[in-house]
Design a binder for this molecule. Structure first.
Ligand code: AMP
Length: 311
């Protein structure tokens, strides 16, 4: 099944304890699309300025991502985000956000993108997300992301969007803020009660947890000794998760669990280098080896234990 993603395409300036980059390709739709492209056909919907060069388009081309619905505003500038991470790599400190062409972004979705059975609404204004959801009326599985800014500024609109999707993929702080519920299990249940099939809560270096109405599944993050740049890890997780789902005939608890592991696998590669560098150069043997590593890392034998007490 093909997949459509709507979201930001950006230039990022990044600073981590391990280095600095002044301008790399970024954006939620970019990180998501690259990751998902290893599993299925991806249509990206977004907007860029005239400063977007062949070098950036080549990244999309190399991964056979359909960019027909990425609008180009020739006299505009591409969305720019600058962030810094200190030793706590779970939290980005935003230094600068220049919305530029993204400020007036009105997603234009072609017939081809509308036809995709699987859709991901990356972090954009919730009413825009809802508009896209409604246009993709035949989609079988739609998931969304959001961020603290939308939860605090337009919560009611956001809740209307949540009610229209099948799955939400957010981090733990966002789940708590959205539901005013400090306990993550209760928060996930409150979101699920809005009518969702799945809630995925990302917990940075501690992994991700999947809730469905009848089950619970948790994966750790891959134990890496060198995390260079966590930017885009959440979107790369979502790309692996949704890409894998789009490649399945049936979406059930087992597929959702494996999707969660593929999401974690892809995110673990993304953080090994800056921006999109690592996922851009990935190959299937590496992906499949890491998938196996996750299985080994979390497997244990179900052997009951009873202490033998002698009188
Ligand atoms: P993540 O680290 O997965 O949350 O995503 C980081 C990506 O989101 C970066 O590449 C940024 O370009 C992009 N980004 C940052 N702020 C925003 C925003 N306000 N709206 C949309 N995308 C953003």
């Amino acid at each position: 099944m093909s997949l459509t993603v709507v979201g930001s395409v950006a230039f990022d300036a990044l600073e981590t304890p391990f280095g600095k980059r002044d301008r790399v390709l970024g954006g939620a739709a970019t990180h998501f699309g690259l990751s998902a492209s290893f599993f299925t056909e991806v249509n990206a919907v977004g907007v860029v300025g005239g400063d977007f060069t062949d070098a950036e388009w080549d990244v999309f081309r190399r991964h056979h991502i359909n960019t027909d619905d990425i609008e180009v505003v020739p006299d505009g500038k591409t969305f720019f985000w600058s962030g810094r991470y200190d030793y706590d790599m779970n939290t980005a400190q935003t230094l600068d956000t220049q919305l530029t062409v993204f400020a007036t972004f009105a997603p234009k979705i072609s017939k081809n993108s509308k036809k995709a059975p699987v859709v991901f609404l990356a972090n954009i204004q919730p009413t825009l997300q809802l508009g896209v959801r409604k246009q993709c009326e035949n989609a079988e599985f739609v998931a969304m992301d959001t961020m603290n800014y939308w939860i605090s500024s337009v919560k009611d609109e956001l809740l209307e969007t949540v009610k229209a999707v099948d799955c939400i993929i957010i981090n733990d702080a966002e789940a708590r803020q959205l539901t005013d519920e400090p306990n993550i299990h209760k928060a996930a249940k409150a979101i699920m009660d809005l009518g969702l099939r799945a809630v995925v809560i990302k917990r940075g270096e501690y992994g991700a947890t999947l809730f469905t109405p009848t089950s619970f599944f948790s994966t750790p993050a891959y134990p890496l000794e060198s995390v260079f740049d966590p930017t885009g890890a959440g979107d790369t997780f979502a790309g692996g998760f949704m890409g894998y789902i789009a490649a399945q005939k049936d979406i059930n608890d087992d597929t959702l669990r494996r999707a969660c592991v593929y999401g974690s696998v892809m995110a673990s590669f993304n953080v090994e280098k800056f921006g999109t560098e690592r996922v851009d150069e990935l190959d299937y043997p590496e992906i499949n080896q890491r998938f196996k590593d996750f299985k080994r890392m979390t497997h244990f034998d179900d052997i009951p234990f009873e202490r033998a007490v002698t009188a």
